[in-house]
Design a binder for this molecule. Structure first.
Ligand SMILES: Nc1ncnc2c1ncn2[C@@H]1O[C@H](COP(=O)(O)OP(=O)(O)OP(=O)(O)O)[C@@H](O)[C@H]1O
Ligand SMILES: [Mg+2]
Length: 510
């Protein structure tokens, strides 16, 4: 509860325990066995920030955080404790809430583009090896150079196809693109699509700084329905990492402010690290460390502190430890590990206290204004002013209807798939035209050949006719000469006078 300018969240024997606003971006941890009050503690913290004007984002794994949108009421449990908190007359009230859902069923869709997610996160999501990641990076570079919008998974798939088909045109400029790598990326893309990733890629792309909003001076609670999403741990962790990365890249450096700009709560945080590669865990660690300077606090909620990798655990300054059970040696080890992270209080033994805490009770240590952890206190966590537990399906439907009324018109932007479809069609048309041209040229060549052959044949026939005519002429000449010879011989023989012979000869000559 935001009371007298203080972020009041717990009470130790009448002493108020408040988070130091300036240190709220030094992150936090809420741990404890099942049913000990972690989610309610999250709710109390978040609603306190909201009352102070700080917006929050929370992944709601079981749906029980949705109650934050409704006013709470006095239960027997709260009735019993309220005076101890110094709040005899609690003003129950809802928080301003925006519901989100990657699958667009329980809240506003939250989408980003493939381009915005970037090749690195995408390669991690698809679990690509180094070579395949290299090819993916090349694909992104080509998209940028050629002004192709990578919006949906379909766009990326089309681009990969195109690059695969035209690999030789790209290899000199961008490096080797083998069809084996392209095929492997296509298969990985198909796998994440079947996991539901395609709901997440598209337009309108969500602007993460939209989380940073207030209403009537209260920070908006951005509640992400994660019950379905948590079944896809890879997608879930990459999605949250994208949110943090995008926020980190978008927000300006601010240093320590009196209050954080935004607080993230990851309930069931062990999900973030289960089956998560070392690379991805390192990336989460890095971004959690860096985002502090942007005024963003990150709070992890999980059963045992040992669920969180040490590098990240070391960065969580504000701690609320609910009860842990210690049935097995492993449990006992976890209790000791949890106890060791606190500055001891001389009034009680930390490890014993951890095992004896009641529901809604916790060991609490917040950072003091100088950033040092305070001595651990055994305290009762405040009750929330909003409702504990989920809202009904109808109540959620009312929120959805309100959102749908104000649905932004989708931005019309042409993705790479459409552009490449056109480009492929143009290439096909050009190829068809080239083939037709080739056919026409070939037909022309044949016609020319035939024409030349016909010409040659005509010339040959002409020559032959001439030759025949010549031969005939020769024949005629020959027979004429023979006739003359005979005439000559005959006229000579019969002794015709020369004048008559000349007359006879000239007659035959004709
Ligand atoms: N600070 C509190 N004020 C009032 N009631 C509380 C408080 N903490 C816990 N409770 C009660 O205890 C119940 C269980 O708490 P909660 O759901 O937060 O446990 P949890 O540790 O998140 O459990 P799980 O591990 O199953 O998620 C709540 O439904 C609520 O009735
Ligand atoms: Mg819970």
């Amino acid at each position: 509860m935001y009371l007298d300018n203080e972020l009041y969240v717990a009470n130790a024997d009448g002493a108020k325990l408040c988070i130091t606003g300036k240190m709220a971006n030094r992150h936090g941890l809420i741990a404890g066995a099942t049913g000990t009050g972690k989610t309610v503690t999250l709710q109390v913290l978040a609603e306190t920030f909201s009352q102070a004007g700080v917006p929050c984002f929370m992944a709601d794994m079981k749906g029980d955080l949705s109650g934050i949108a409704k006013a709470g009421k006095l239960s027997g449990f709260i009735e019993k404790r309220k005076d101890g908190f110094g709040i005899p007359d609690p003003q129950f009230a809802p928080c301003p809430v925006r519901f989100f859902d990657v699958f667009a069923e329980q809240g506003e869709p939250i989408k980003t583009t493939i381009a915005n997610m970037g090749p690195q996160l995408l390669a991690r999501l698809m679990e690509l090896n180094e070579t395949q990641s290299g090819v993916l990076a090349i694909a992104f570079q080509i998209a940028e150079d050629e002004g192709l919008n990578l919006i949906t998974a379909e766009d990326l798939s089309s681009l990969l196809n195109y690059i695969g088909k035209n690999a030789k045109d790209y290899t000199t400029k961008y490096g080797n693109v083998t069809s084996a790598s392209v095929g492997a990326i296509q298969r990985a893309l198909l796998a994440i699509k079947s996991e539901g990733a395609e709901n997440f890629f598209g337009l309108p792309a969500f602007n993460v700084s939209d989380f940073i909003r207030t209403k009537d001076g209260r920070g908006i609670m951005n509640v992400l329905a994660a019950d379905k999403l948590m079944l896809k741990p890879k997608l879930y962790s990459t999605f949250l990492l994208w949110l943090l990365t995008d926020l980190y890249q978008t927000l300006p450096e601010v240093g320590d402010m009196d209050l954080p700009k935004l607080v993230f709560f990851f309930d069931e945080a062990h999900m973030l690290f289960e089956d998560t590669s070392k690379q991805l865990t390192d990336k989460i660690e890095q971004i959690v460390r860096l985002i502090r300077s942007k005024g963003v606090g990150v709070y992890f909620i999980t059963q045992s502190p040992t669920d969180i990798p040490d590098d990240i655990l070391g960065q969580l300054g504000n701690r609320v430890q609910h009860a842990l059970r210690a049935f097995t040696p492993k449990d006992q080890k976890a209790v000791r590990a949890a106890a060791d992270t606190f500055r001891a209080n001389p009034n009680f033994k930390t490890d014993e206290a951890i095992m004896n805490l009641e529901t809604g009770e916790a060991l609490v240590s917040f950072l003091d204004p100088k950033g040092a952890p305070s001595i651990v206190e055994r305290a009762k966590i405040l009750f929330p002013l909003s409702q504990i537990g989920a809202i009904t399906v109808d109540e959620r439907a009312a929120f959805m209807a309100e959102y749908k009324q104000n649905t932004p018109t989708p931005t019309n932007s042409e993705g790479a798939a459409a552009v490449l479809d056109k480009r492929n069609a143009e290439t096909e048309k050009a190829a068809e035209e080239a083939a037709a041209e080739k056919e026409r040229a070939a037909a022309e060549k044949i016609a020319e050949k035939e024409r030349l052959a016909a010409e040659k044949e005509a010339a040959r026939l002409k020559k032959e006719a001439e030759r025949e005519a010549k031969a005939k002429e020769k024949e005629r000449e020959k027979s004429r000469k023979e006739t003359m010879k005979t005439v000559n011989t005959v006229t000579k023989a019969i002794g015709l006078p020369s004048i008559l012979r000349t007359i006879v000869k000239s007659f035959f000559k004709k």
